[in-house]
Design a protein around this ligand. Structure first.
Ligand SMILES: [Mn+2]
Length: 320
């Protein structure tokens, strides 16, 4: 039996945090990938440093010895020309180009963001029937829907995408999305808003394929969804979704982050051997120190607030 090839697309720039995130995404995806699949990584290079490339290639080979890493050059002038009216760096738009940057013989790819932890085998995504749709993705419950009236449809998160490259090219997704970007004065979620606006039909994946951690940490009230739905999501985190996606302010490399999954992410960072042992000790020490500072400041802030309220109440009761 011949091994199927498993094409995974990623994207990075000169940001060292993104390089670190890519290391964990790549290593965890490869270490959990079925032996029946031969992994092909296509990394869209928007300015990744040579040192980071050397390390990422080593991390990838550590995850799977038979991996092939393809560095895909991306013209920085093209990126500069994109009207980026979003709070995100221009690099996020590079993924719109994926279907034309990889060889046309690659019919199906899985795109992965750089802020993921893959906990199980991804290979079944490559066999998924998209029924002619260009994309399969997970619904972004935080944003919900796009369009109005009859045109309203579910909004997907673009951190994990299964892409039928031919259908994507044929539908002109990249061109339409860039036109959309040019027509707007503000696009809060960058390229994700653009693809959502122009993709008519997409296949919905189970939430486990792209579990949005930002929601878990920052919206415990369930304001964006029902309590029942929230409870269901929490129980899913416990069971272990296939992919944890550290969205919004839940980036596990940030010392502000102590949300669920960040310790697990750190364990995978250690396993990836991105750092040598002395580097790891230095990184962990500064991370722990910064976390303490951040939490101490938070705690002090809360104490000050409580003290002020108590004093105000006392003063008020004396005046009355
Ligand atoms: Mn992301």
């Amino acid at each position: 039996m011949t091994e199927a090839s498993c094409a995974i697309v990623l994207c990075g720039d000169s940001n060292p945090d993104i390089a670190l995130g890519l290391a964990v995404t790549i290593y965890s995806a490869l270490a959990n990938l079925s032996d029946d699949c031969r992994p092909d990584l296509y990394i869209i290079d928007c300015g990744i440093t040579d040192e980071a490339k050397r390390r990422l290639a080593r991390v990838a080979a550590g995850g799977r010895s038979d991996v092939e890493v393809h560095w895909v050059d991306f013209d920085p002038d093209v990126l500069d020309a994109i009207p980026n009216r979003s709070p995100f760096p221009p690099v996020i738009f590079a993924r719109l180009f994926m279907a034309e940057l990889i060889p046309p013989s690659v019919r199906r790819v899985v795109y992965l963001d750089a802020d993921l932890l893959v906990q199980r085998d991804l290979s079944s995504l490559l066999l998924l029937d998209l029924g002619g749709s260009p994309i399969a993705a997970v619904r972004d419950l935080g944003i919900g829907s796009v369009g109005a009236g009859d045109q309203q449809r579910a909004y997907f998160n673009s951190g994990v995408l299964v892409v039928d490259t031919a259908a994507y090219r044929q539908a002109g997704i990249k061109e339409l999305a860039l036109d959309y970007a040019a027509s707007r004065s503000h696009i809060p979620y960058g390229d994700q808003d653009c693809v959502n606006a122009v993709v008519d039909s997409w296949v919905e994946l189970d939430y486990s394929w792209n579990f949005l951690m930002g929601h878990v940490r920052f919206d415990r009230t369930g304001a964006w969804t029902t309590r029942e739905e929230m409870a269901r999501l929490y129980s899913q985190v416990k069971r272990g979704p296939v992919i944890l996606h550290f969205t919004a302010h839940s980036k596990p490399w940030s010392p502000r982050q102590t949300g669920p999954g960040s310790l697990r992410w750190t364990m995978w960072l250690i396993r990836s051997r991105w750092f040598s042992w002395p580097e790891l000790v230095a990184w962990l020490s500064s991370w722990i120190f910064m976390s303490l500072v951040v939490h101490l400041r938070l705690r002090l802030g809360t104490m000050r607030l409580r003290l002020r309220t108590a004093l105000r109440n006392r003063l008020r009761s004396q005046l009355m």
